[in-house]
Design a protein around this ligand. Structure first.
Ligand code: PLP
Length: 396
């Protein structure tokens, strides 16, 4: 018999993962070129050549016992030095290795910091629409995720409701910018206001509220839009970064947490988080990948590829009459389901071999997410099916 907690999780297994599996099945049945699978955020740009070269060079030239061995739970010291230097150079911060913990992707980092911070019954706030897994990650530590309702005009955080939702039980807030699923980048103005509210509420309740900035899409921003560095806007910020999307390494599971020294109880949090890394069973982030990313800190994914997809899909869907905002970052388009029923829309789209995700699973019913990290040709081939959908719903 499985545990009660796991029973619930098994019942609510990720809609996105289920659809991805279904997509593979449909591709077998109808031919891969006739299925337009926009379900999963799996990068479609290969990792830069420099990643491969770094891995080979490390394997060829470094001591194998060191490359494959255990190290400090927080990661290799020299790797953390190089990452801290790189962040400081880019964002004018002053971090050292002692502010960094290497993690098993963003998901590993989030679990480490939530395990470190949460007591049963605590509340974690986030803004709808939000990455579905947050609910599970928070539930892992018997706390509750509370979603602030979306601002359907801009999809920037709804700050007036946010202020009201903060209570004495609020231990942390998770934000994600550039955002999955909307592609919105939180502006400096938004972050300033968010920081001010948190500062005010910390004073009111006499306890720290940690802002966890989940940033796997930091490097994926279009048209030169700035993605502000969140620690500059609020003292009690903890950053979770990942190379899953920025270097197209999602299966390799590599990222880091930044715990700034100015955060309340920073030293205590840092040492507890390094233990959380161990007791959660990660022990440490993958050793070879730590060394690889440290050599690739100036490498970039070819964002022009995603940008081309963004322009094509956004342009075509708007021309068909669909309502959506133009994403500024990440690789998702968030589209209003024409009659407000996202599940019915997704089901009809599937009959036309378009696989997209109902945003009910992101806490925002009435919308769908289209992941455009696919080949340009897939988007081109899918457009007649989107046009047909638009016609059936009377949009054009
Ligand atoms: N957070 C968000 C918002 C994501 O979209 C994802 C993955 O899609 C993750 C976290 C998990 O990323 P990782 O593969 O680095 O664990």
């Amino acid at each position: 018999m499985i545990s009660e907690k796991m029973k619930k999780l098994a019942q609510n297994n990720s809609v996105i993962r289920a659809m991805f599996e279904e997509g593979k099945q449909m591709a077998k049945e109808f031919g891969a070129e006739n299925v337009y699978d926009f379900s999963l955020g799996n990068p479609s740009v290969p990792a830069p050549q420099a990643v491969r070269q770094a891995a080979i060079q490390i394997l060829d030239s470094e001591d194998s016992l060191m490359v494959h061995g255990y190290m400090s739970n927080t990661g290799y010291e020299d790797v953390r030095d190089r990452i801290a230097f790189s962040i400081n150079e880019r964002f004018q911060t002053a971090f050292t290795r002692d502010n960094l913990i290497m993690t098993v992707g963003a998901a590993g980092g989030l679990n480490v910091i939530l395990k470190t911070l949460l007591n049963p019954g605590d509340e974690v706030l986030t803004f709808a629409p939000f990455f579905t897994e947050y609910t599970n990650y928070v539930a892992n530590y018997d706390a509750a995720l509370i979603a602030v309702s979306p601002n359907l005009e801009t999809f920037q955080p709804n700050l007036s409701e946010f202020r009201q939702r903060i209570t004495a039980k609020t231990k942390a807030v998770i934000i994600n910018t550039p955002n999955n699923p909307t592609g919105v980048v939180y502006s400096a103005q938004t972050l300033t206001a968010l920081g001010e509210i948190l500062e005010e509420k910390q004073q009111e309740f006499g306890a720290p509220i940690y802002l966890i900035s989940d940033e796997p899409y930091r490097e994926l921003a279009y048209d030169g839009v700035e993605v502000p560095y969140v620690t500059k806007y609020y003292r009690n910020t903890i950053v979770g970064y990942s190379w899953s999307k920025s270097l197209s390494l999602p299966g390799e599971r590599i990222g880091y947490l930044v715990i700034p020294s100015e955060a309340d109880d920073a030293a205590l949090i840092y040492s507890a988080a390094s233990i959380a890394t161990r007791v959660l069973g990660f022990v440490n982030a993958p050793s070879l990948l730590q060394r690889v990313v440290a050599q690739c800190l100036n490498e970039k994914t070819d964002i022009a590829v995603y940008d081309r997809n963004r322009e094509l899909l956004y342009g075509a869907l708007r021309a068909d009459g669909f309502a959506c905002i133009k994403p500024e970052g990440a690789f998702y388009l968030f589209v209003k389901a024409p009659n407000g029923d996202d599940k019915a829309f997704v089901a009809r789209a599937k009959q036309l071999h378009i696989l997209i995700v109902p945003a009910t699973s992101f806490g925002c019913p009435g919308y769908v997410r289209i992941a455009y990290c696919v080949s340009h040709e897939t988007i081109q081939r899918s457009l007649p099916a989107f046009r047909q959908l638009a016609q059936e719903y009377g949009l054009c």
